[in-house]
Design a protein around this ligand. Structure first.
Ligand code: GDP
Ligand code: GDP
Length: 461
């Protein structure tokens, strides 16, 4: 679940980073500076009372002096503000308000997020409140006298801040799609990651995953958030101190397990390899949704047949995931990269989808009217009594039948094909459980055994 973000804004040297260190306190250990990826913003986890949130330090903001880097820094602050649910403007209580503060305050007053005003360097007990009161002129409401160095006043500031954080329910409702990007080394995973992050509408914040060395990253597009799983495993290879295990297949397997949707990245120049097949097998086995991304499409020499040949190769050689959509992209030129997230949305939706029992039984009825289940030489025929979807993620349909032995692979594949044909479920594996009467009895018998034992124990007392 994504944490709410609070932006820290102010001109240089007022004590923003000192205050951030104070607010994030012990949580400081979980810091991820990834210049370039984070657009040079620093995100840290913080909490106050029972609320967790992220603090983003926007860097010193200057409005009245247009040297080379300033527009960039301003853009940073604006991007940070765009994803924040509240902002803290920091000013220097020792110096008093100046023209830069006024310019920043004016800009902040035009934004739609609530702004708290922290007057820093107010550690002096007798002067603090007076210093702070000078900042009423900024028009941002009550100035809070604080000291980043000594910590006084920060409690009141945080008490007020948490009133502006959205409740957890709202965030949960919004939901996020967990996406793993997997593939052999050099297929272009980190190039793709950068392409996602580079899209103008993407807002990115690295957040800690399950352990210190797995770092997830949030990307946002419209209303939808995507958690890119274990981006550390994708990006950090250029740094030497990581052993081969860091990028090994086990790491990919772990990412697959945590994902809703897996992007299986294939190198168009190499085609589908054995390792790709292994990954596809694991994705299907774990019941994850999948989009096959054939990358480096720019480098392929194409004629009128190329795309059909590739499509055929994907279906044949990636038969474990033959239900997945394939998209041909170039992380380098950006061609169709945008389309990947559209396919991720669809796959995630299908992965979660539920179909009513009535609809499933309609499909079964239709399927049986074209093909009756096989009959043995002894004249026993397979029977399907009814079906129902028992769970989703992945969608799982239980078929209640007389005897699983009467249903061979051909007929099972036929039924799965019928469900796919009539119900779609594009991008997600579909599990079918063939529940025979006998199996159900076997399943129940351990319980019975327990019950008998309990009775025996009771009567012996
Ligand atoms: P930033 O550029 O806004 O991030 O500011 P820094 O956090 O780097 O602090 C700028 C200077 O102000 C440093 O010399 C800090 O030691 C000093 N400073 C920060 N907070 C306080 C404070 O609460 N009281 C005093 N007296 N000095 C502070
Ligand atoms: P990773 O190991 O899977 O993360 O792969 P990288 O993203 O590091 O890319 C490996 C190599 O492939 C680099 O030299 C990239 O420049 C190149 N590459 C990545 N994407 C593309 C692409 O779309 N087209 C072409 N021609 N080269 C690409």
């Amino acid at each position: 679940m994504a944490l709410p973000v609070v932006a820290i804004i102010g001109r240089p040297n007022v004590g923003k980073s000192t205050l951030v260190n104070r607010l994030t306190g012990m949580m400081d250990a979980i810091v991820h500076d990834e210049p370039g990826v984070t657009r040079d913003r620093t995100y840290r986890e913080a909490f106050w009372r029972d609320r967790d949130f992220m603090v983003v330090d926007t860097g010193g903001l200057v409005f009245d002096d247009d040297t080379e880097f300033l527009p960039l820094i301003r853009e940073q602050a604006m991007l940070a503000l765009a994803e924040s649910c509240a902002a803290i403007m920091v000013v220097d209580g020792k110096e008093g308000p100046n023209a830069s503060d006024e310019a920043i305050a004016m800009w902040l007053r035009q934004q739609s997020v609530p702004v708290l005003l922290a007057v820093n360097k107010c550690e002096s007990v007798d002067q603090g409140l007076m210093q702070a009161s000078e900042f009423w002129t900024l028009g941002l409401g009550e100035p809070y006298a604080v000291s980043g160095i000594h910590g006084n006043g920060t409690g009141e500031l945080l008490d007020e801040l948490v009133n502006h954080l959205p409740t957890t329910d709202i965030l949960e409702e919004r939901g996020e799609i967990r996406v793993a990007i997997v593939g052999r080394p050099n297929v272009g995973k980190s190039s793709l990651l950068n392409a996602f992050v580079g899209e103008s509408r993407a807002i990115v914040s690295p957040i800690s995953g399950t352990t210190r060395d797995t770092i997830d990253m949030m990307v946002e597009r419209g209303e939808q958030r995507y958690r890119l799983i274990d981006t550390a495993g994708i990006r950090k290879k250029k740094q030497v101190e990581y052993g081969p295990e860091f990028f090994g297949i086990n790491r990919a397997f772990k990412a697959i397990r945590r994902a809703d949707v897996v992007l299986l990245v294939i190198d168009a120049l190499d085609g589908v390899t054995e390792q790709d097949q292994k990954l596809a097998g694991r994705i299907a086995e774990d019941g994850r949704a999948c989009v096959v991304v054939v990358n480096k499409w720019d480098a392929v020499e194409k004629d009128a047949y190329t795309i059909y040949e590739y499509d055929k190769q994907m279906k044949d050689r990636l038969h474990f995931t033959d239900w997945a959509e394939t998209v041909y992209v170039s992380a380098m030129t950006g061609q169709r990269v945008e389309k990947i997230l559209d396919l991720v949305d669809t796959a995630a939706e299908q992965h979660k989808r539920r179909v009513t029992t009535a609809v499933i039984n309609e499909v079964i009825g239709e399927a049986l009217s074209w093909h009756t289940p096989p009959t043995t030489r002894q004249g026993r025929q397979g029977r399907i009594y009814y079906g129902t979807q028992v769970t989703s993620q992945p969608p799982t349909i239980a078929l209640f039948i007389n005897d699983p032995k009467l249903f061979g692979d051909t007929f099972r594949r036929y039924m799965e094909g019928q469900f796919r044909k009539h119900l779609g479920f594009t991008g997600t594996p579909l599990k079918i459980l063939w529940r025979g009467k006998k199996i159900r009895e076997v399943e129940r018998s351990p319980n019975r055994a327990v019950k008998v034992k309990t009775n025996a124990t009771l009567s012996s007392r």
